[in-house]
Design a protein around this ligand. Sequence first.
Ligand code: PEP
Ligand code: MG
Length: 324
Amino acid sequence: QKAEWAKLKDEPSVTADDKRVELVANIGTPDDVEGVLRNGGEGVGLYRTEFLYMGKSSLPTEEEQYDAYKAVLEGVGSDKPVVVRTLDIGGDKELDYLDLPKELNPFLGFRAIRFCLERDDIFRTQLRALLRASVYGNLKIMFPMVATIDEFKQAKAILLEEKDNLKQEGKEVSDDIEVGIMVEIPSTAVIARQFAKEVDFFSIGTNDLIQYTMAADRMNEKVSYLYQPYHPAILNLVSNVIEAAHAEGKWAGMCGEMAGDPIAIPILLGLGLDEFSMSATSILPARSQLLKLSKEEISSYKDEILSKSTAEEVVEFVKNITES
Ligand code: PEP
Ligand code: MG
């Protein structure tokens, strides 16, 4: 099996009926890029920038961040996309030196884009570093934990302000940076049609979307039985997001763990997902799996899959149609 996967390293990601999708990787540091290329990744679908901020005693400078973003863009290569997520701090990820208030419900609290919009000094430093690095590759910028259209508009306005500032300083900035959001809060998945008019792309963060939709803490073993990726409620939200993107000519990806799950892959393919972002080591197995799946055939069962009542029914149905 390993030998078969290795042969696919430089092949495109296509289905049995010759439909193309994109298989990209989740990374946490510039050092991870090597593994992405070794495993045949077609780019980076999620660069979690939190690691630049964690495990140290003060905020990373603009220069430090610029070096990291440039290293990733250059390492991946200018033809391949790199989706960088802006700071997603809070929730389970704390920063001692920021002295954030202790909260009763950190996962529902002051985190990610909520924090960045208030501490826009920190946000602007990151955006400047990203904008300056943008000339070294195919950068896409993604905001985490967006719950309202207004948050997206505010974040994008700050980005455009910093772009203008840099240009006035005589710095070079790419003019082709796509700006999108993670869809990981149910409110955003539900009104994806409205969001799709504003954003350039969606990336569905199922790790959080599942916990918020099912009201089941992703770290709490007592309720892990409710953490159900194949639950019809999740699949209907995912489908809604993909349809909304396509209706506006935008693309929809997924960067939660679900995107690399062999049981989920046929379902997501049938729902029309364009980009699957996963840990690098899952890419070649996924490419191999896709070669055996007919997108058109699975898509024809879309309404039936979305009408199931339980996760078990979904899984059994999908097994039957893909094994026959
Ligand atoms: C997600 O929520 O699915 C996601 C990819 O982000 P994180 O796991 O970093 O919260
Ligand atoms: Mg998340």
